[in-house]
Every structure is written in structure tokens, then in C-alpha cells.
Design a protein around this ligand. Structure first.
Ligand code: PLP
Length: 388
């Protein structure tokens, strides 16, 4: 059967084969340690679950407004107004089926054939595919450990052409865990304002930070840049709500209106009672977020120390999210072969850097127990030792 050209250009996920293999090995009874997960290993906090249950009991089971429950939009607007220091109102907010959906819907609303979208690599694996599905052209800008995998203003300026529509910024980053400093953001904002392009700031990990790192939205770093900035975020990572599918996009109300039209003809609205869980998350106590962050912080410390004690591989210290991006360039295997061999020989599942645009790296998630981290890193050490 002939499929649409738009889908033909989207490849099979490189991670799919490895995670399928890991699952099969586990089903056979093998002791597989999974370092490939992109979600917190905690349950959603009880008060959030209780609020959604209550909403169900109260009959919040019908269609709702396409852009989201008014109260939720208002709470998101209020919290962004406080955080960014710019006045957001409910009209500047759309509630979507996850941060992934807000980004893909944004692409559908603003990208046309021929438009270029600048994506620094390593990148979250869905960005280029979303751009392609919207008929746009991803322009990948490679970065490396020398700049902590961050795009510099010079690199951004060089990548901008008359066709550039959008620049995708992700801090804290998946897969590298890097966090842009206020000065770095300010310098990027200057380029964005001078060139008149739009920037989408993916801030889904903004509450998962370590060693005193502070989150700042690029929208807050220059008096003009907020007009060109769309903020994408969601509840999945900070509140352990990955399965709830709750995200949002904040910015220019014309763009929000366009996305709402798309949403009204595609998904209608985000699950109504789930949105009451998000309301509870924003209104409720935040100690649950801090408890999870502290657990990640401890695991990060242990994993970073163990990783950097292994000769032949290296990792830049991450300050956010829950990933370590490990350079395996000295081992002489491509990332897919490395991850496959590590899984087969040591029963350890990781994600090949090829998925994030850099084949000489692998990604390890520390959203797993300290015990698994200690055992897994021993396995990784033995695996690398045998190959040097
Ligand atoms: N952005 C980044 C950088 C991510 O890592 C993820 C999830 O892995 C998302 C967005 C999307 O999150 P969700 O759609 O679950 O809200």
C-alpha cells in the first residue's frame, strides 16, 4: 500500500529494536537493567490522583473547551507570569496532550514547506521528525562537549537564513542534561530578536535541577524576546505524570488560537478529568516535586562518580533532567552496535546516541534505583574494559 510521502520520510525509531530486545530478554527471565527510560520511576503524587478521581465522581467526563479547562489555563498563565515576569493570560495558553503534542501542534500551526527549523544536536529525538511531518526542513547544528553541547550565539547566527522560521531550544536538555546560564540565554535572545525568528523553548525539565542550577526561560532574558518566544512544557516529568498526557504551550495568542483550531479538529480536548489532576498539581504542595528531585540528585551523584571512574568513556556533568550523555568515541563501536552488545553481553539497556544525532555517545537515564545504578555501572565498566 502506498503511504503518504510525509510519513515515508520519518524513520523507524532506532531505540525501538533495542527496547523490544530488552523486553524479550526480560520475559525470558534474564536480569535486564534498564537505563533507557525517559520517565520518573515514581508514582504520581496522591493528592493529584485524588483530584482526578474526585473529578470523575463529579461527572467531569464530558467534552471540554478545545484549549483546555479555563481554570487550568489561568493557573498556568499565573505561574508563568510569576516565573517569567511578563504578563500571561489564559488566552496565551493551550493545554495539550503532553509536551510532545504541544510541540508537534506548534509545528503544524506555523511551519510551511520550505521553512527551516534550527535544532542544535544532540537533540530530543522527536524534534526533527515533527518538523518533517509539518513539511519543514530541520537544520541540525552540531555542538560538542567543548561548549557543554550548547549552541552558541555565533553558531545560531551562522545557521539563520531567510528561510528560518523557528529555533528549538531545550534547557534542561534531553539527552545531555545541560542547563543554559542566564548569560548564555541572553546572548541567544539577542540573536533571536535581531533576526526576527521565533524560538520555542522546551522547558519540560525546568523543575529538575541540581547543585544550585537555576532555571530561567529565554522569554525573561531580553525585553523584546518574549514576543517571539513560545514556551512548551508539561506535567509529565516534574510531577511523575507521563501517562496522563498533559502539556501546554504558552505564547502569542494568534498562534495559540491557530493551535486551538487544529486541536478542535484533531483531538477535541485533553481528557477532562485528567486536567483536574493538573489543577491539583499547580495548586497543591510542591514537596512531592522536591522529594523526587532529591532522589534524582543522589542517583546523579553516584552515577556521575562511577561513570567518570571508568577509563575510556567520559561524560560532561549534567545540571538538570535525569540523563547522562556518555562519550564512547574511544571504544570504536557505533552507538547502536555498542548498545546492542552491552544489552546482549551485560543485560544492560541504554539508548544509542544516533537517536539524538551523535553516534559516538550513549544515553543513560538515572530514573532507576541506586542499587541498579551501582550494579549497572559495574557491568558497563567490565564491558568497556574488555574493549580497550
Ligand atoms: N521534551 C523533551 C525534551 C522530552 O524529553 C519529552 C519527553 O521525553 C517531552 C518533551 C514530551 O513529554 P510529554 O509529551 O510526555 O509531556
Amino acid at each position: 500500500m502506498k503511504l503518504a510521502a510525509r510519513v515515508e520520510q520519518v524513520p523507524q525509531s532506532v531505540t525501538l529494536a533495542i527496547s523490544a530486545k530488552a523486553k524479550a530478554m526480560k520475559a525470558e527471565g534474564l536480569d535486564v537493567l534498564n537505563f533507557s527510560v525517559g520517565e520518573p520511576d515514581f508514582d504520581t503524587p496522591q493528592h493529584i490522583v485524588a483530584a482526578a478521581k474526585k473529578a470523575l465522581d463529579e461527572g467531569k467526563t464530558r467534552y471540554g473547551p478545545a484549549a483546555g479547562e479555563p481554570k487550568l489555563r489561568e493557573l498556568i498563565a499565573r505561574s508563568l507570569t510569576q516565573e517569567v515576569g511578563i504578563n500571561y493570560s489564559a488566552e496565551n495558553i493551550i493545554v495539550t496532550n503532553g509536551g510532545k503534542h504541544s510541540l508537534s501542534e506548534l509545528m503544524m500551526a506555523i511551519i510551511e514547506a520550505g521553512d527551516e527549523v534550527i535544532i542544535p544536536s544532540p537533540y530530543w529525538l522527536s524534534y526533527p521528525e515533527m518538523v518533517k511531518l509539518a513539511d519543514g526542513t530541520p537544520v541540525i547544528v552540531p555542538t560538542d562537549a567543548a561548549t557543554e553541547y550548547k549552541i552558541t550565539p555565533e553558531l545560531l547566527r551562522q545557521a539563520i537564513t531567510p528561510k528560518t522560521k523557528l529555533f528549538v531550544l531545550n534547557s534542561p536538555s534531553n539527552p545531555t542534561g545541560m542547563v543554559y546560564t542566564p548569560d548564555e540565554l541572553k546572548a541567544l535572545a539577542q540573536v533571536v530578536v535581531e533576526s526576527g525568528i521565533l524560538v520555542v523553548s522546551d522547558e519540560i525539565y525546568s523543575q529538575i535541577l541540581y547543585d544550585g542550577a537555576q532555571h530561567l526561560s529565554i522569554a525573561a532574558t531580553h525585553p523584546e524576546v518574549h514576543k517571539q518566544t513560545l514556551i512548551s512544557s508539561g506535567f509529565a516529568k516534574s510531577f511523575a505524570m507521563t501517562g496522563w498526557r498533559l502539556g501546554y504551550l504558552a505564547g502569542d495568542k494568534t498562534i495559540i488560537g491557530a493551535m486551538t483550531r487544529i486541536q478542535s479538529h484533531s483531538t477535541s480536548n485533553v481528557c477532562t478529568f485528567a486536567q483536574y489532576g493538573a489543577i491539583a498539581a499547580l495548586e497543591g504542595p510542591l514537596d512531592c516535586v522536591e522529594t523526587m528531585r532529591q532522589a534524582f540528585a543522589e542517583r546523579r551523584k553516584v552515577m556521575y562518580e562511577l561513570l567518570n571512574a571508568i577509563p575510556g568513556i567520559s561524560c560532561v556533568k549534567p545540571y538538570g533532567a535525569f540523563y547522562m550523555y556518555v562519550n564512547i568515541g574511544k571504544i570504536g563501536l557505533g552507538s547502536v552496535d555498542f548498545c546492542n552488545a552491552l544489552l546482549e553481553e551485560k543485560q544492560m539497556a541504554t539508548v544509542p546516541g544516533l537517536a539524538f544525532g551523535t553516534d559516538d555517545h550513549i544515553r543513560l537515564s538515572y530514573a532507576t534505583s541506586l542499587k541498579n545504578i551501582e550494579t549497572g555501572l559495574k557491568r558497563l565498566e567490565e564491558f568497556v574494559e574488555g574493549r580497550l
